[in-house]
Every structure is written in structure tokens, then in C-alpha cells.
Design a protein around this ligand. Structure first.
Ligand SMILES: *[C@@H]1O[C@H](CO)[C@@H](O)[C@H](O)[C@H]1NC(C)=O
Ligand SMILES: *[C@@H]1O[C@H](CO)[C@@H](O)[C@H](O)[C@H]1NC(C)=O
Ligand SMILES: *[C@@H]1O[C@H](CO)[C@@H](O)[C@H](O)[C@H]1NC(C)=O
Ligand SMILES: *[C@@H]1O[C@H](CO)[C@@H](O)[C@H](O)[C@H]1NC(C)=O
Ligand SMILES: *[C@@H]1O[C@H](CO)[C@@H](O)[C@H](O)[C@H]1NC(C)=O
Length: 261
């Protein structure tokens, strides 16, 4: 009676709810969002890319976000070319791109977002692409870095700016006691330098191996032994004898002469 009427009403409500749910369902599948370069230097551009498959058949909006700030939007509809929405006031300098061809249900197309002049304040921010339905989303953390000048021993560095971001240069020279060429290195978009300095210690330019050191020590010992046990006795005897002979002779001659006179 009343309960049957109520039951029918509940079924009707449930059907409406289901229809509503399918309406806000995610109409996309996404590949994992990838960032190029993996780590971007301060002041350079980072680009996020994703392959999107359109599984729906009605119009739906895809939004690029940096943390919870919407930066760009596209309207995707069956059998139409994606339409870029008006630039959102986000405070970020971004440039989106996607296919310029018609998208049909089941098609996969690439979407990308270039974020220009990145700063350290958005290091580890989440960049995402998705629609408003639950789970309709792919995301990745933005990684912002700075170039770290070499701190190797013997290297002295003069940095053009600190922190050292995109385009920053470091003039490397070698400290005294080290040899190597002066090098100018520039910080690239992926937070690495395009050159590294090599300064080698000039006082020990050819380090000796243990074997060579042992050989030299043994050689020295042999030479010292030869001098002590062989050369000195011989030469000393000769020298002593000689000196003695000279002295002896001159003395003897004198004696002799003296004796004669
Ligand atoms: C970033 O993009 C802008 C516009 O495309 C370009 O002029 C600039 O040179 C780019 N910067 C870097 C570091 O690639
Ligand atoms: C998108 O698909 C293309 C072609 O299959 C592939 O080369 C590219 O790596 C994909 N990009 C991403 C971010 O998955
Ligand atoms: C990049 O951003 C910094 C502040 O983060 C700003 O001072 C600089 O002028 C910007 N450079 C460009 C080319 O927009
Ligand atoms: C960016 O964040 C990561 C993770 O927290 C951190 O390791 C890195 O040092 C940060 N980059 C800079 C330049 O501070
Ligand atoms: C950084 O970028 C430079 C120039 O584009 C490239 O030669 C180098 O291999 C990159 N380094 C890393 C670690 O990706």
C-alpha cells in the first residue's frame, strides 16, 4: 500500500542518483604525468605532459592545477577539437598545448603545460590534470632546484648569483699548489652545470706506488752499506796511506837530510 508507493519513490530517487553519478563520472583515463626536466632550475621552464584517453561522449572540462590553483582549462567534447578556455588569473606564467585534431570517444591525445620562470616557492608543489569527478586526476610533484658549485679541494669558485639558478655562471680557478685550467660553468635548465673544474695537486703530481717506495728504500740501504763497508775502507786506506806516505816521506827526507848534515 503506502510502502509500495514509498518503494517505487525510492527506486525512482535511486535511478536519478545513478544517472547523476554517471553524468559526473570521469570520462578520461590518464597516463602518469611526467615532468621535463625532472628537476628544473630556478628561472627556467618546466613542462608537464600526459597522454589522455577520452572515454566519454559528452562535453567535459579538463583543468591544469598547481596545488589547488587552476591555471588552464580545456573543454573536450565528442567529435570536436579541444577548446582552450580563457586564461585564468592564477599568478603563474603558463602555456598549455594539446591536439588540434578532432577527438572522438576512445581517442588518446597528448596534453602538456609549460610553467615558465619557476621559483623555489613552488618546489614540491603538486601539478595535476583532471576533471571534477572523484578520481579523475593525474598528478606529480614539481621539483625545483639550484646548481651547486663544486667544493672539491683546490678549487676556488666565484658565483655570479646566489642561489645559482638558470643561466647563473661560476668562474672556477685552481688554488695555489694546484694546477688546472680556469673554467666558466653555466647553470642549465635541469639544475646541473655544463662544465666541471679539474684541479690537481702539483706537489705530488705523480704519487709513487708502495712497490716503488720499497725499491727506493732497499736501493738506498744497499748504497749506504756499500759506502760503509766497501768504499770507505778502501778509499780511506788509500787516502790514509797516501797522506801517511807524503808525511812520512817528507819527514823522513827531512830527517835524512838532517842526519846527513
Ligand atoms: C621559457 O619559455 C619562454 C617562452 O617560450 C622562452 O622565451 C624562454 O627562453 C624559456 N626559458 C628557458 C629557460 O628555456
Ligand atoms: C605519450 O604517448 C607517446 C606515444 O605513445 C609516448 O611517446 C610518450 O612518452 C607518452 N607520454 C607520456 C607522458 O606518457
Ligand atoms: C622571473 O621571476 C622573478 C621572480 O621570481 C622575477 O624577478 C623575474 O623578473 C622573472 N623573469 C622573467 C623573465 O619573467
Ligand atoms: C626542493 O624540495 C626537495 C624535497 O623537499 C628538497 O630535497 C630540495 O632541496 C628542495 N630544493 C631546494 C633548491 O631547496
Ligand atoms: C642536463 O641538461 C644538459 C643539457 O640539456 C644535458 O646535456 C645533461 O645530460 C642533463 N643532465 C641530466 C642529469 O639530466
Amino acid at each position: 500500500m503506502l510502502s509500495i508507493k514509498m518503494f517505487c519513490y525510492k527506486v525512482f530517487q535511486f535511478t536519478i542518483l545513478l544517472l547523476h553519478l554517471t553524468d559526473v563520472n570521469c570520462q578520461f583515463t590518464f597516463s602518469a604525468l611526467s615532468l621535463q626536466p625532472q628537476t628544473s632550475s630556478v628561472g627556467s621552464n618546466a613542462t608537464a605532459t600526459c597522454n589522455v584517453t577520452y572515454t566519454g561522449n559528452t562535453a567535459i572540462t579538463l583543468t591544469w592545477q598547481i596545488d589547488s590553483v587552476a591555471v588552464q582549462q580545456y573543454r573536450i567534447n565528442n567529435a570536436q577539437v579541444p577548446v582552450l578556455g580563457a586564461q585564468l588569473a592564477s599568478g603563474f606564467d603558463t602555456s598549455p598545448s594539446t591536439t588540434t585534431s578532432t577527438v572522438n570517444t576512445g581517442d588518446t591525445f597528448p596534453m602538456s603545460l609549460e610553467i615558465r620562470n619557476v621559483s623555489l616557492t613552488i618546489n614540491q608543489s603538486t601539478i595535476s590534470l583532471g576533471c571534477s569527478a572523484p578520481g579523475c586526476n593525474t598528478q606529480a610533484p614539481l621539483q625545483i632546484g639550484v646548481c651547486q658549485p663544486s667544493t672539491a679541494s683546490g678549487v676556488s669558485a666565484t658565483v655570479s648569483s646566489s642561489p645559482c639558478g638558470f643561466g647563473c655562471t661560476v668562474l672556477y680557478s685552481c688554488a695555489s699548489g694546484y694546477t688546472g685550467n680556469d673554467v666558466t660553468a653555466t647553470c642549465q635548465g635541469n639544475a646541473t652545470f655544463n662544465a666541471i673544474p679539474t684541479c690537481t695537486s702539483s706537489s705530488r703530481s705523480k704519487p709513487l706506488s708502495d712497490g716503488a717506495i720499497a725499491g727506493i728504500v732497499i736501493g738506498c740501504l744497499i748504497v749506504v752499506a756499500l759506502i760503509i763497508f766497501f768504499l770507505i775502507p778502501i778509499f780511506c786506506a788509500e787516502i790514509c796511506c797516501c797522506t801517511f806516505k807524503i808525511l812520512c816521506l817528507s819527514w823522513g827526507t827531512k830527517e835524512y837530510t838532517a842526519g846527513r848534515s
